[in-house]
Design a binder for this molecule. Structure first.
Ligand code: ME8
Length: 506
């Protein structure tokens, strides 16, 4: 069986998640669901990144142990993913014993290969980002180049990973595998970064203890990024799944952490003698008028409130449709409401409602045997199948927003087909009964196909459409590639509203 392995980053339980995090997980979920529709055996992993000084300090500030502090936050992550219909197959917490064991094994393996050594570290550390920087990398104010907050000078005995040794091998790999880092802009950034030279990486700390101890030297805890990236193999390495799913097909990550995933992680895998992931996809940020959505800026949108107000599928639709993967995208409430009203309530909702309503009114809810029909009917059916082909091409190429647009173009076409064929007129003329049956059959079939195509984007809505059409099978991509699977004499259900229109003051 063909397999597919996709991951999201594991999120820091340092604050509540915002809609920017939900964006990343929704993309991964849509890809995972598409692959399942296409018959792949899919493994989809997400989780929480729980170690490090930042978490330890936040816990202390609340008089809690780190675990007492993170446990409820991690539960809230899991609740959020359930609310968003996220279909992850596993959820990894880096505080779990299974993960600690694997991190220590990988540490030992790299150490045995001679690529971990003990030395003295003096450097600049950004605690919020859990990142070490060199003088050269700091921003113009001498602060962290990512979050622009002050860095701390630290000096301590530490373990180092011989990252410098892997610069040439990494460059060669990136050059020989153009698909390894996407989009190209990120790939070029990484090539330039490596060309400037890689320094060995400090991978242990002694100034705090909330982390995974270095094997045989527990005064040191392992650097949180070294620990975190290993999560991607933790659930696999000790069972058959390693053969089935590794190397990962896609690590989906935000653009600011592409460096960890395309330089440090691959070098660690090389040092441990393991194959590299096939692709790292760096997506853009969700921004508002006040910049990247982030807690420190105070412009975050709470995904729980948003789901309660609009439902998960509407938000998923908006995120997937509105933002081109790889680029930054704007999030605004007005734009969300405009999409819900135009695309969901109007285009999709009306198509379903009108179709089922007419089948109920003119044929007592039953589809009748269809014939080839007119040229218009034939071209409409051909368009449905062209849509499926184009959708597959785009989804296979991870162009999610274009794939959504292609489906909605067809939904628009189907609404126009109703206006052109005017079934209410055909129903008045007994000589047009066959033509009426053809039109209504074609519309019901189109909706069945649409219900398959939108499953990755809006799983709940896809299911509601199928229930109203009275289709009980599980959605499969193969079933969207054939026009005419609904049986003649199939009885459809009654129309129910999919998305209410949202009234605004305007
Ligand atoms: O970086 N728009 O965790 P994290 C889009 N623990 N994506 C956003 C975003 C926004 N406004 N804000 C955050 C970490 N993200 C590490 C990962 S992986 C081994 C360790 C995305 O909770 C961000 O780009 O800070 C990143 O990919 C993810 O949320 C996790 O961020």
């Amino acid at each position: 069986m063909k397999t597919f392995y996709i991951t999201t980053p594991i999120y820091y339980p340092s604050a509540n998640l915002h809609i920017g995090h939900a964006y990343c997980t929704t993309i991964a979920d849509a890809i995972a669901r598409y692959k399942r529709l296409d018959g792949f055996d899919v493994f989809f992993l997400t989780g929480s990144d729980e170690h490090g000084q930042k978490i330890q300090r936040s816990a202390q500030a609340q008089g809690k142990s780190p675990l007492e502090y993170v446990d409820p936050i991690v539960e809230s992550f899991k609740d959020l993913w359930t609310k968003f219909h996220i279909s992850n197959d596993d959820f990894i917490r880096t505080s779990e014993p299974r993960h600690e064991k694997v991190v220590q094994e990988i540490f030992r393996r790299i150490q045995a290969n001679g690529d971990i050594y003990k030395g003295e570290y003096t450097g600049l550390y950004c605690t919020p980002c859990e990142s070490y920087w060199t003088e050269l990398q700091l921003d113009e104010n001498g602060c962290c180049p990512d979050c622009h907050r002050p860095v701390e000078k630290v000096s301590e005995e530490a373990y180092f990973f011989r990252l410098s040794k892997y610069a040439d091998k990494l460059l060669q790999h990136i050059e020989e595998h153009p698909e390894f880092i996407v989009p190209t802009s990120r790939r070029n950034e990484m090539i330039n970064f490596i060309r400037r030279g890689l320094e060995d990486l400090c991978i242990s700390r002694t100034s705090f203890d909330w982390g995974i101890p270095v094997p045989d030297d527990p005064r040191h805890v392992i650097y949180v990024w070294f620990d975190a990236v290993i999560n991607y193999i933790t659930p696999l390495i000790h069972n058959e799944d390693m053969k089935r799913f590794w190397p990962a097909d896609i690590h989906l990550v935000g653009k600011e952490i592409v460096r960890f995933h395309t330089i440090i992680w691959p070098a660690m895998l090389m040092a441990a003698g393991l194959p590299l992931p096939k692709q790292i996809y760096g997506h853009g940020w969700l921004v508002t008028d006040t910049g990247k959505m982030s807690k420190s800026v105070g412009n975050v949108v709470d995904p729980v409130l948003l789901v309660e107000e609009f439902g998960a599928d509407a938000i998923r639709y908006f995120l997937l449709r509105e933002i081109t993967l790889g680029l930054d995208g704007n999030f605004s409430r007005d734009a969300l409401i405009a999409r819900i009203n135009a695309d969901l309530a109007n285009d999709l909702g009306n198509l379903l409602h009108r179709t089922l309503n007419m089948i109920g009114k003119f044929q007592q809810g039953t589809l009748l045997p269809a014939t080839d029909g007119t040229e218009l009917d034939q071209s409409f059916r051909a368009q449905a199948l062209d849509t499926v082909r184009e959708y597959r091409r785009l989804m296979d190429d991870v162009q999610l927003s274009d794939a959504v647009k292609v489906v909605w173009k067809f939904i628009g076409r189907a609404n126009k087909y109703i206006d052109e064929t005017m079934p209410w007129k055909l129903a008045k003329d007994p000589a047009q009964r066959q033509q009426l049956a053809n039109v209504l059959y074609n519309l019901a079939e189109s909706l069945r196909i649409v219900s398959v195509l939108i499953e990755p984007f809006m799983p709940d809505t896809a299911q509601k459409i199928r229930a109203q059409l009275n289709v009980t099978s599980k959605p499969k991509l193969d079933d969207a590639q054939t026009f005419g699977l609904l049986e003649a004499n199939h009885v459809v259900g009654k129309p129910e509203q999919l998305f209410p229109r949202i009234l605004t003051d305007k």
